[in-house]
Design a protein around this ligand. Structure first.
Ligand code: BGC
Length: 724
């Protein structure tokens, strides 16, 4: 265990060094500190003192805690008491790709690099808690915050979230996994009460949080705005019983900003630090607002009157001090690093690794950069800043290479034309401001350019405006907005040599799909967005991203929407997750709704062959490991990467199941002509289901099927096994 030295100011200027060598020492140290604290000082630590900080105890040398959003970079400095930006000049950062992109890499090593680089910047900016990553499950393509999360599959999200957290925390900065839990839509997020089975809760919505706690050892978790079965999730048995007791989480539960609603509930049901409340839940600030927080004066009063036991407070303070001994009170804490070229490289690698090639007729992509072509780049997303907007994840990027700039730089010999084609209006949180530009003129100009060009690249999608991919509201429909569908169809008529690049964090309907030659799914890729896109367009990098969520043909084909409004978005008070376990591909597979593009799907510029599929056994016990091996050969002309995906299903089962579930994957890089053997290990234990009859995990005996492929809808080999 790392030695820990904490220098504390005790009394008037007495300096002591405290050495803690183990968690026992750490706990001892915490006890020593707590013994010197007054009730008032302890209570003060349980709530905010400004928009993004909570107080320490100056008398004892205990510092403040400083937090920042999250999750794609360190947010610009916000004013002490209001949401305005502080307009500092030293808070420009690297904008990393959105978490949808990170998930699409299927590359845990890159997730670690991402976490390290982001944590370095957070540390440099003197942050103790970085408010991210987000692992709410992608349930509906309408959720305005899907771009901040890691897709629809609990296993993928679990595998990808762990290294991110470890990377951030190596810097002595706590990650804060959010939003615990069931915050799967923005509409009515502050009060909607989610009703979902225990099984779906444990098998779909909780696993990524559980991995964050048990595998990554995350130091803080953020409660959510919504309710679960009538009670706010920020003060709920979900925290005490599941998170703190069953999973043995020893960190801090931070509220979402304004998600606490009651003193006694917040105190008793596991909230440790209350942030972002107004006063008594009203909507405007008053003097001494922070003293009026639920976990401030009202809490102190209840403690003094004996209505809440002091043990409840002590547990919170112990957790907070533990987080501090791991971060701002730890010895030899790294100094952090400001944005630098290494961080840019990480951002670019993640972006290029996560971009997904969805369609490529007649080898439309890559477009060779050495030719003297005329390329018409049409669409607002070619130039629109995507680090601005979207809500709390908005960033003040040191720079942001737009798709157009990336293309212009890489295609120096080409004649690049650009026209907006459509316009969406400026970014404004919580409001839609229509564009003042004339829509018909924009279309006409785009058609003129397209007619002159050898190649048309349409760069559109969603953006980070209200009702797009943005916090505080869901999308109103599944279509592309701002007349893009019509525009694409018109463009194809004047020039059929057209490829589409979608920049979004959500699936969209694609009525024009059969008419376009190529389709790339790009994401909100941050500072290096344009360079990474040019890497893929030019073939400098072979695309290897895989979809982290399914693209239904139409909205009704998605499980959450199939069952109507009570399932999504609810009746404004209650909501019932009627698709239950069948989220994403589980729904498409089991109910046989063929998706437009399936979870795990993504093309390459090269081709791969998977062969020699083997298992280490045919029969397994509960404590054994299923080892799946297969050979992957790059059979094409260029280097590239393939993701071997292993799904498991149980065809004859006593319980309801989806056809198959992802249980392992491995991304493998291969030179042209190269072969490698890949082994994927699945502990039999991981095949357990959440058994509601015993409120615990159970393993069903009998025959299972192992499915091996490179997409959830492209299974190349099936093997039967038996579990004893
Ligand atoms: C968001 C959180 C965010 C917090 C602070 C809330 O509205 O839901 O994700 O961390 O604000 O900005």
């Amino acid at each position: 265990m790392k030695r820990l030295v904490v220098c504390l100011m005790l009394g008037i200027g007495t300096m002591i060094s405290v050495y803690a060598q183990s968690s026992t020492d750490m706990e001892k140290k915490i006890t020593e500190l707590m013994n010197q604290m007054t009730l008032e000082e302890k209570v003060a630590m349980c709530h905010a003192q400004s928009k993004f900080s909570s107080p320490g105890v100056p008398r004892l040398g205990i510092p403040e805690i400083w937090m920042s959003d999250g999750p794609h970079g360190v947010r610009g400095e916000i004013n002490w008491d209001n949401w305005g930006y502080a307009d500092w000049t030293n808070d420009y950062i690297t904008a990393f790709p959105a978490l949808t992109c990170l998930a699409a890499t299927f590359n845990p090593e890159l997730s670690y690099d991402y976490g390290v680089a982001l944590g370095e910047e957070a540390r440099y900016r003197k942050k103790d808690i970085l408010l991210g990553p987000g692992v709410n499950i992608y349930r509906t393509p309408l959720n305005g915050r899907n771009f901040e999360y890691m897709g629809e599959d609990p296993y993928l999200a679990s595998v990808m979230v762990v290294p991110y957290i470890k990377g951030v925390q190596t810097n002595g900065v706590a990650a804060c996994v959010k939003h615990y839990v069931l915050n799967n839509q923005e509409q009515w997020r502050g009060h909607i009460s989610v009703n979902v089975s225990d099984r779906a809760l444990h098998e779909i919505y909780l696993p990524a949080f559980k991995s964050a706690v048990q595998e990554a050892g995350v130091w803080s978790i953020m409660g959510a705005y919504n309710k679960f079965r009538g009670q706010h999730t920020t003060h709920h048995e979900l925290l005490n019983k599941i998170l703190k007791e069953d999973w043995e989480f020893d960190g801090v539960v931070v509220s979402d900003w304004g998600s606490a609603h009651d003193t006694k509930e917040a105190a008793i049901y596991g909230l440790d630090i209350e942030m972002g409340s107004w006063t008594n839940g009203l909507t405007s600030s008053i003097d001494l607002a922070y003293d009026n927080y639920y976990l401030a004066t009202p809490f102190l009063k209840m403690l003094k009157e004996g209505e809440i036991s002091e043990d409840v407070l002590d547990d919170k303070v112990r957790r907070i001090l533990r987080l501090m001994l791991r971060t701002n009170m730890s010895e030899n804490r790294a100094m952090g690093r400001m944005n630098n070229s290494k961080h840019s490289d990480v951002a670019r690698s993640v972006a290029a690794d996560g971009i997904v090639l969805l369609k490529n007729e007649n080898d439309f992509f890559p477009i060779k950069p050495d030719a003297e072509l005329t390329i018409a780049v049409i669409g607002e997303n070619a130039t629109r800043s995507m680090t601005v907007g979207g809500g709390s994840s908005e960033l003040k990027a040191k720079y942001e290479i737009s798709p157009l700039e990336g293309i212009q730089k890489r295609y120096a010999k080409a004649n690049i034309l650009h026209s907006l084609g459509y316009a969406s209006g400026p970014s404004a949180y919580g409001r839609e401001i229509p564009s003042e530009l004339d829509a018909d003129s924009l279309v006409n100009e785009a058609l003129e350019l397209a007619a002159k060009a050898d190649i048309v690249l349409f760069v559109g999608g969603l953006n980070k405006n209200h009702y797009q991919d943005c916090e505080g509201g869901d999308r109103k429909h599944y279509k592309l907005p701002f007349g893009q569908d019509e525009l694409i169809e018109k463009l194809v008529k004047v020039n059929s040599n057209l490829g589409v690049v979608l920049v979004s964090g959500n699936a969209v309907e694609m009525p024009w799909l059969s008419q376009v030659e190529g389709l790339i799914q790009s994401w909100y890729n941050g500072s290096e967005a344009g360079n990474a896109l040019a890497d893929i367009l030019s073939g400098d990098v072979t695309p290897s991203g895989k979809l982290p969520y399914s693209y239904p043909v139409k909205l009704k084909d998605n499980g959450a929407h199939y069952y109507g409004e009570l399932s999504y978005p609810g009746d404004s008070i209650e909501q019932y997750y009627k698709e239950d376990l069948l989220v994403g591909y589980r729904w498409h597979d089991t109910k046989k709704f063929k998706p437009q593009f399936a979870f795990g799907y993504g093309l390459s510029y090269t081709s791969f062959k998977m062969s020699d599929f083997k298992l280490n056994n045919k029969q397994y016990n509960q404590d054994e490991i299923i080892k799946v091996t297969c050979k992957v050969t790059n059979t094409g002309d260029v280097a590239g990467a393939e993701v071997v995906q292993v799904y498991v299903g149980k065809p004859k089962s006593k319980i309801k199941r989806s056809v198959k579930e992802l249980k392992g994957f491995n991304k493998i890089y291969l030179e042209a002509g190269e072969s490698k053997t890949v082994t994927i290990e699945i502990p039999v234990e991981k095949l357990k289901f959440y058994d509601e009859t015993v409120s615990d995990w159970s393993l069903e005996q009998g025959n299972y099927v192992i499915y091996i492929g490179n997409a959830s809808d492209n299974i190349l080999n099936k093997q039967k096994i038996n579990i004893k």
